[in-house]
Design a protein around this ligand. Structure first.
Ligand SMILES: [Zn+2]
Length: 241
């Protein structure tokens, strides 16, 4: 992940905008794919290669990515953009927030594992039962990688998450007495439940999805697509997931 959280505030908080098309695979299809691309107002404004913001970035076709969610496995188009500056000419794809770049397993599957682990189920036990997860089973090592990476991201981003939630609900008591007794994950899951109960626009967005949005907030774009990195297939043959 290229973003150093030290530089996220306050830019990150200003950039955290709910975009309906970015909430789930379903909304991505019904809003983006049906219309043949990212809504004009949500197109990237800054070239991630050269940093320029004054020249409009052109559409540049798309490539296909397999995404595995709790409900389904689907091929989704990733729309690419092109920087018209002669000295740059960079191309990049706009990856939706519900999946990480170069990964097939969507964040809702990873959040499910994180929640089970946070509630006391060992990774070995989750791995044993993971053939019930989409495209499972997954090895204990894969699950350890998922939980470790996301725990580190949560730690690095927690201050910005708190700050952002306070901008949404200024009078909200962030850490309830019950949450104080729980783990960092448990506390945030409970906090997010309360945000969702008060603000309906967030009711369909999972917490790890919001966390990912914060981590990526400086730029949604990723470098030009490398087809060799999209060859993973389903299940245990996904070592880099
Ligand atoms: Zn450029």
């Amino acid at each position: 992940m290229g973003c150093n959280p030290v530089f996220l505030f306050p830019t990150a908080i200003a950039n955290i905008i709910v975009m309906d098309w970015n909430e789930s695979v379903q909304s991505y299809f019904s809003i983006v794919v049906v219309n043949g691309g990212i809504p004009h107002q949500d197109r990237p404004r800054r070239c991630p290669h050269c940093g320029q913001e004054h020249q409009l970035l052109y559409r540049h076709g798309h490539f296909t990515r397999t995404v595995i969610t709790l409900e389904e496995t689907r091929e989704i188009p990733i729309y690419q953009f092109y920087c018209p500056l002669p000295e740059c000419g960079g191309t990049f794809g706009l990856i939706p927030d519900f999946v990480e770049k170069y990964h097939q397993v969507a964040l809702d599957v990873k959040e499910e594992v994180i929640r089970q682990h946070d509630q006391g189920t060992s990774l070995a036990q989750i791995a044993t039962q993971s053939d019930s997860l989409p495209c499972g089973p997954y090895s204990e090592k894969t699950l350890w990688r998922w939980t470790s990476i996301w725990r580190e991201r949560l730690i690095q981003t927690s201050f910005y998450l708190w700050s952002w939630i306070l901008t949404l609900l200024p009078h909200m008591e962030l850490w309830s007495e019950q949450a104080r007794r729980r783990s960092l994950w448990g506390g945030f899951f409970e906090l997010w439940d309360r945000v969702q109960s008060k603000l309906r626009q967030y009711s369909d967005i999972r917490f790890v999805h919001i966390l990912h949005r914060h981590v990526r907030s400086l730029e949604l774009a990723v470098p030009v697509h490398d087809p060799k990195k999209d060859v993973h297939s389903c299940g245990s043959r996904l070592p880099s997931q």
